[in-house]
Design a protein around this ligand. Structure first.
Ligand code: RNT
Ligand code: ZN
Length: 422
């Protein structure tokens, strides 16, 4: 247990050290507290959802590995787990829900039939928790997605089913946006693609563009809904061709004025999304990030404080993009305690933003403008060992959440009392 007076003393020393660099730690903390991160519901139950009782991932599209005990199998359990995680994370954040997490009162509802009524209990719950909500149509784990195609399917009936699902999801999100007072980002990701080399790469892409246009044909006020489209490089079972590639959705987003979603795991292994932020924001008003961690492939490991996470945060802050970049997390690890997974990822994202806000960016840019690359490199290296941890601990203390590793004690306790009884 870290003692408060030690945390405060360490903070005062750090504050002085940052002030010497021209950085105001109080200001950084204040700015940080205003940045919402959208926490993905699907880490809590391995992307199972509540369409049927005891739902597991079926069919292709997404892979989760691990069988750590205690996963949430009911809506109440998932909400309890989210509450627990949120109590360990400083700041006010958002909940990112998938359509398959509907509250259908135990009676199966097909995806093209869902409506705001199936999400009212989530909206009420989010309101109580002072969280905004983001939303996702679910284009996987469904018999009509079994052959690997949804919105670009060659069968018009199947396409229609998935178009109707997309339309229903925007209506649901509109209700969320209206009731919760901030726009709900609705992210479209589909798994469509071929395992082996296609003979026709063109037609599915034309069909996808048409399907998306049908979904978006109704204008919904951007005060309530922001549509996003997420590209991908490949998937398991779709190694040779992905209909919704990066170029496809970049073109779509620019031409239709949609948000582009950049998922950290959806590019070639040496490509990083941190370098894409300034590029796409030259042409788009807003984007969505799926902050994830690919390990050799799109493995969706828990987000850690690595160089790329720091670079993502630095790009957002340096570019003054906090109002144009919606930060969401996207990972699912079923091999460790799921509440810990959320907490690690969320705290790291926020910590990376803090580190970015503690950077004397103007000084770095000045060195660069003067072509003094020596100073630029020296400063960037020195910044790595600045005492940001003291500012972070102080921020946690002031936000009434556990400091340092103390949060793990609470998770272990919750595991013993609740998770292990499931
Ligand atoms: C899949 C995409 C997508 C999903 C979520 C559950 O590769 O990253 O964002 O992870 O919709
Ligand atoms: Zn994603």
């Amino acid at each position: 247990m870290a003692e408060n007076k030690h945390i405060e003393r360490a903070y005062e020393l750090a504050k002085q050290k940052y002030a010497d660099l021209g950085v105001d730690t109080e200001k950084a903390i204040e700015n940080l507290s205003k940045v919402p991160v959208s926490m993905h519901c699907w880490q809590g139950d391995d992307v199972g959802g509540f369409e049927k009782t005891g739902a597991e991932l079926e069919g292709g599209g997404i892979q989760v590995t691990g069988n750590y005990p205690g996963k949430a199998t009911t809506i109440d359990q998932l909400r309890g787990d989210i509450d627990m995680a949120v109590s360990l994370i400083p700041g006010t954040h958002r909940l990112n829900l998938h359509a398959s997490y509907l509250d259908n009162g135990g009676k199966f509802v097909e995806r093209d039939q869902i409506g705001p009524e199936h999400f009212q209990s989530w909206i009420d719950w989010a309101k109580q928790n002072k969280m905004g909500m983001d939303f996702n149509p679910t284009y996987f784990s469904h018999p009509k997605a079994d052959d690997g195609f949804t919105l670009s399917h060659q069968d018009a009936g199947i396409r229609k089913f998935w178009i109707d699902h997309g339309i229903a999801c925007r209506k649901i999100a509109e209700k969320m946006g209206k009731e919760l007072g901030s726009p709900s980002v609705v992210n479209f990701w589909i798994p469509d693609g071929y395992k082996d080399i296609p003979a026709d790469r063109k037609t599915p892409r034309q069909r996808l563009a048409e399907s998306l246009d049908s979904i978006f044909s109704e204008t919904i006020d951007q005060k309530y809904v922001l549509d996003a489209v997420e590209s991908k490089l490949f998937g398991i079972g779709a190694e040779s061709y992905t209909v919704g590639s990066s170029e496809f959705y970049l073109g779509y987003a620019v031409s239709r004025k949609k948000l582009l979603c950049l998922d950290a795991g959806h590019f070639h292994p040496t490509e990083v999304i941190s370098d894409k932020i300034t590029s796409v924001l030259t042409f788009l008003d807003e984007i969505l990030l799926h902050v994830s961690r690919p390990v050799r492939w799109d493995s969706d490991h828990v987000v850690i404080l690595d160089d790329e996470l720091r670079a993502i945060a630095a790009e957002i802050v340096r570019g003054d993009y906090l109002n144009r970049v919606h930060i969401g997390l996207d990972f699912f690890d079923a091999s460790i305690n799921r509440i810990a997974a959320w907490t690690i990822g969320m705290r790291n994202m926020i910590k990376a933003l803090l580190i970015a806000m503690l950077e004397p960016t103007a000084k770095l840019k000045q060195a660069e403008a003067e072509s003094d690359f020596t100073t630029r490199l020296v400063m960037l290296e020195e910044l790595k060992t600045m005492p940001f941890a003291a500012v972070w601990d102080y921020y946690c203390l002031k936000s009434d959440v556990p400091v340092s590793v103390d949060w793990l004690t609470k998770v272990k306790d919750y595991e013993a009392k609740i998770l292990s009884k499931r």
